[in-house]
Structure formats: C-alpha cells, structure tokens
Design a protein around this ligand. Structure first.
Ligand SMILES: Nc1nc2c(ncn2[C@@H]2O[C@H](COP(=O)(O)OP(=O)(O)O)[C@@H](O)[C@H]2O)c(=O)[nH]1
Ligand SMILES: [Mg+2]
Length: 389
C-alpha cells in the first residue's frame, strides 16, 4: 500500500478490505480504483487491482451459476469423460450436431432452425481402446468474446478442453467462418498451439524490476521488453521466453491470461461443393491448421476425422503388463513425449519409487522386450512391463 495516495483512496481501500460480501468487495474495489490518481507511480498498483477485480467478477459469475443450476450445477459444468475432452465449436448450422452424432452415436437434435443447441451436449468417441469425450458447444456468434449469450461459458469449456475442433461449412464461405472463430478465440485469450506450454511466461513479482530469461528466443528489440511491460502496467516480473516469441506474443502474455490449445479445422458438408473447392480450402488453410474435409451425408472423410481427433490431441496409449502375465491391462493415456517414469507414476507411486527397469514391446522398442531405464521415451501402442526391486 503506497503511502502517497490521497486520503479518499486510503479510506476506500479500507472499506474494500473490510467488505465481506462479494458484491460489496467488487463495488468498493471499483470506487477505490477510480479514486487512484493516474500517474506512473501508481501504475503497478492499478494494474494489480484491475486483475483482482477481474478475479472477483469471475468468482461472482461462478457463484451465480452455482445458484442458478438446479442441482447446484450449470449445464456447462461438464465432468471430463474419457482420456481427453474435445470441444466442437462453430457458427450455427455448421454441422456440429451431425458431427457429434457421427463420431459418438449420441442422440442430438439436428435442426434446420439456427441455434438448436443451447446447452453443451456430450458424447463419447471410442477409438483404439480409449474413450474421448466430445462436447458440442452452443453456436459461437460474432462478438462472442464481448460476452453475448452463453459464450463466456463456451470459452470456459474451451479453456478446460484438451483440444478444439473448429467446424466451418463448405457452402458458406468457410474461410470467413474460420476467421470469425479464430478471432473470437484469440480475443478470449485462447490461441492455437501445444496444450501444455505457452511460449512465454510472465510471473509478476514484488520487486526486482523486469528480469528476462532466454532472451535469445525473443525476436523483437530487447529494449522493447521493458516498454511493453510498462504499457501493461507491470514493473516487476520474471519473463521466461521458452520458445520463439514476437513482441506481439509478449504483449498478449502480459495483458491476458493466454492459453494454448490444439486446433483442428473441420470443413463440413463437402457434398455441397466441388472437389476443387475442397482442395482450394485445404491448400489455403492447411499450412496454418490441421484440416480435415468431411460430409456426414456421404460419410466422406469421417474415418480420417476420427484418426485426426486422436492425433491432434498429442496423446499416446501405453499398455502396462504385469510381469508374468500374458495379456496387458487397459491402456494408460499419456502425453506424447512421456517417459517410463510418467507411466510408472500413473500406475502407482510405489512403482516409480522402487523402479529397477522396464521391458518394452512395440514401435519404440529396438527389439521385442528391450530393457530400458526410467527416462526412456514411450510411443503409441507400446506394451510395457515395469520391474521393481
Ligand atoms: N448436405 C449436407 N448437409 C448437412 C451436413 N451436415 C449437416 N447438414 C445439415 O446442416 C444443417 C445444420 O446441421 P447441424 O448439425 O444441426 O448444425 P449445428 O447447428 O452446427 O449443430 C442441418 O439441416 C443438417 O441436415 C452434410 O454433411 N451435408
Ligand atoms: Mg447443433
């Protein structure tokens, strides 16, 4: 609490601290922020308080949702089913319900009317011994990130998912549809990319100024980092630049809570356009996103789609087998790049603690039953026996 604030701000700060109800906290915090003089010396405090305000608003929203839901839950509180969960996003009539039906055999209403699906609908896709949860989200509308209709919850669903399918119908300017979807997601801080890591991390600290790690990955002017931070109201922070990062990436990371999710673009209703149109779309979009073209009417591309839904999630299935047994157990789903250690930890911490060696069968084994250590990287479909001592 800086001492150079005017008495009015000090008074409001006290009222804010003493407020108990969430609504009161929010209203006094707003007044408090409004009362702080805007100059360089109060920039960090203001930024900090604005973040706090955003968090309180989120809490209030969650509380309201809890009260609104009949059994204390909203239709958007979807429990994860299966090894991973994928969300289907698209404008209305883009074929979302048809795709959900085709992938999961769940019964959903397919309508000629726009906006038939107002709540998320969940289905389960069985694929190669594992189950992947597929959720059809209500249609995304332009301006969605500004909070129209259900859309804040749709973004919540997307943030919590393991991957996002973007559906665009071939007969209605699919590139324009894709542009709207990607733009809306980016405004909501959801970017395409690997699920588990962002390229740049910004950790706000109390003192020490702006410290940068791995500057070599920064593609802009190094002296811009400090300026960008100041523009975002951040004076002290650890900035870790994990991979190639532009000034724009850094600015976003400092301004919004950015997450990265795998995106899969699905061109639907290909039966309504020519093969040329489909090729043209694939050529133009394929370099930016993984793209599959399908028709639920003719069944074209549906098998590819199932494969891609598994493929774009960057997961592998590993089959643990207890030593001495003939048959492996049910597969464990791990992130691509996972090691024997991750498998052992998933099965039982004991296995990891008392690990001696493992034996591997499958594509990543040099020969069947190869003996490997705890840091060995596993591949999809491997059978693994873990030995302890
Ligand atoms: N010709 C054709 N029509 C489709 C296809 N997929 C969906 N439709 C039609 O497009 C309309 C909207 O489909 P729906 O799955 O409800 O879209 P949603 O609003 O995104 O869930 C319906 O009239 C479907 O029959 C397709 O592959 N080919
Ligand atoms: Mg629908």
């Amino acid at each position: 609490m800086p001492t150079n604030l005017p008495p009015k701000s000090m008074e409001l700060e006290k009222r804010y601290r003493e407020a108990r109800r969430l609504e009161d906290k929010i209203s006094t915090l707003k007044e408090y922020i409004g009362s702080i003089p805007e100059h360089k010396g109060t920039m960090k405090l203001r930024a900090h308080l604005r973040t706090k305000l955003a968090k309180l608003n989120d809490e209030l929203e969650a509380e309201k949702n809890r009260k609104a839901g009949s059994a204390g839950r909203t239709p958007f509180d979807i429990k994860k089913t299966g090894a991973a969960q994928v969300v289907i996003l698209g404008l209305t009539q883009s074929g979302k319900s048809e795709v959900l039906k085709a992938l999961t055999n769940v019964k959903v209403e397919v309508g000629n009317r726009p906006y038939t699906t107002l709540r998320p609908v969940v289905g389960v896709m069985n694929y190669k011994d594992i189950q992947i949860g597929i959720v059809e989200a209500p249609a995304l509308m332009e301006g969605a990130s500004q909070g129209k209709a259900w859309t804040p919850q749709v973004f919540g669903l997307s943030r919590n998912s393991d991957g996002i399918m973007l559906l665009v119908s071939a007969d209605k300017n699919p590139e324009a549809q894709l542009g709207i979807l990607v733009n809306e997601l980016e405004l909501a801080g959801i970017y395409p990319g690997k699920g588990d890591s962002s390229r740049v991390e910004v950790e706000i600290t109390a003192t020490g100024g702006i410290k940068v790690f791995c500057l070599k990955n920064f593609q802009g002017q190094p002296n811009r980092i400090g300026e960008i931070a100041r523009e975002a109201g951040i004076r002290n922070a650890l900035v870790r630049i994990l991979d190639e990062t532009t000034e724009e990436d850094l600015r976003r990371a400092m301004l919004v809570n950015v997450v990265h999710k795998p995106f899969l673009v699905v061109l639907t209703k290909t039966d309504l356009v020519s093969a040329e149109d489909v090729e043209c779309f694939k050529n133009r979009v394929g370099s930016r996103f993984k793209t599959v073209a399908i028709s639920t009417k003719t069944g074209e591309g549906l098998e590819d789609l199932r494969e891609e839904v598994f493929g774009f999630l960057d997961i592998i299935r590993v089959y643990p087998r207890r030593p001495g047994r003939l048959e492996p157990d049910r597969p464990v789903v791990l992130r691509k790049g996972a090691k024997v250690a991750n498998l052992a930890a998933q099965i039982h911490t004991e296995l990891q603690r008392n690990f001696k060696f493992a034996k591997i069968w499958g594509s990543s084994a040099k020969y069947p039953g190869e003996k490997v250590g705890i840091d060995f990287e596993l591949g999809d479909g491997d059978v693994v026996e873990v030995y302890t001592g």
